[in-house]
Design a protein around this ligand. Structure first.
Ligand SMILES: Nc1nc2c(ncn2[C@@H]2O[C@H](COP(=O)(O)OP(=O)(O)OP(=O)(O)O)[C@@H](O)[C@H]2O)c(=O)[nH]1
Ligand SMILES: [Mg+2]
Length: 229
């Protein structure tokens, strides 16, 4: 489907891009992101000093790749072919204005029971108690949409009233027709999840589809830029 130039087809439903917000997003993410901490237990979480956006989703869905694409860095968040690679909660500071949080993936079939218990405890504790958490970006593979393994987290976020945003990843792997069908179905399903934000972002870390739109959306949560002196 063709859209006028300022309407983004990387959002569903498609929406006009605000040039000012888009520029704010571009500037925010043009800053060098800095690794702050990796926490593998609740006691190791860094102090919550600025607004946070967490990236959650099944192992291998593309969380670390998306953080790298957003921040324009190749290796800030580690990327892996081995599912279950990111095992701790990693914090990345964007110019003291916004913290990006890479959560360990879930649903890795071969994970040990103790690792699953550890993940559940750590992530539950994080989403329930983190005052700075503004939004969870819940990543879903665009070929699959919502899977059984995503439901516990969605229910947890709904129960705790933590608002979350669906981000479809790897859209470069799906044809346009199939993608449109999946997105429509997903959008209908989302109505039953109370804390899910209705807009769906379509992204690819490979061809960078949807990255400017996501930067724009996330810039809304950032602390204001310091005034130039
Ligand atoms: N084609 C395609 N591949 C992608 C994309 N994003 C990530 N990948 C690939 O998917 C695999 C997993 O990516 P990661 O970013 O490590 O996934 P993750 O969600 O951080 O995984 P865990 O840390 O294990 O939870 C890697 O082989 C990536 O290269 C994308 O947009 N398109
Ligand atoms: Mg990862």
């Amino acid at each position: 489907m063709d859209h006028p130039e300022n309407i983004s087809a990387n959002l569903f439903p498609p929406r006009a891009i605000d040039p000012e917000l888009a520029e704010a997003g571009r500037r925010l993410f043009a800053q060098q992101a800095r690794f702050v901490a990796g926490a593998s237990e609740p006691a190791a979480l860094p102090p919550d000093e600025m607004p946070e956006i967490a990236f959650a989703g099944r192992s291998n869905v593309g969380k670390s790749s998306l953080i790298n694409a957003l921040t324009g860095s190749r290796a800030l968040a580690r990327i892996s072919n081995t599912p279950g690679r990111t095992r701790q909660i990693n914090f990345f500071d964007l110019g003291g204005r916004l913290m990006l949080v890479d959560l360990p993936g879930y649903g890795y079939a071969e994970a040990a029971k103790s690792a699953i218990k550890n993940w559940t405890g750590l992530v539950q504790r994080y989403v329930q108690a983190r005052a700075a958490l503004r939004r969870v970006c819940l990543l879903l593979d665009s070929r699959h949409g919502i899977k059984e393994v995503d439901l516990p987290l969605m229910r947890l976020l709904d129960a705790w009233g933590v608002s979350y945003q669906i981000i479809l990843t790897k859209t470069d792997r799906v044809g346009a027709g199939e993608l449109a069908r999946i997105v429509q179905k997903l959008s209908d399903e989302l109505r039953t999840y109370v804390a899910a934000y209705p807009e769906v972002h379509l992204t690819s870390a490979v061809d960078r589809r949807g990255i400017p739109e996501l930067r724009e959306a996330l810039a809304n949560f950032a602390l204001p830029a310091p005034r130039p002196r």
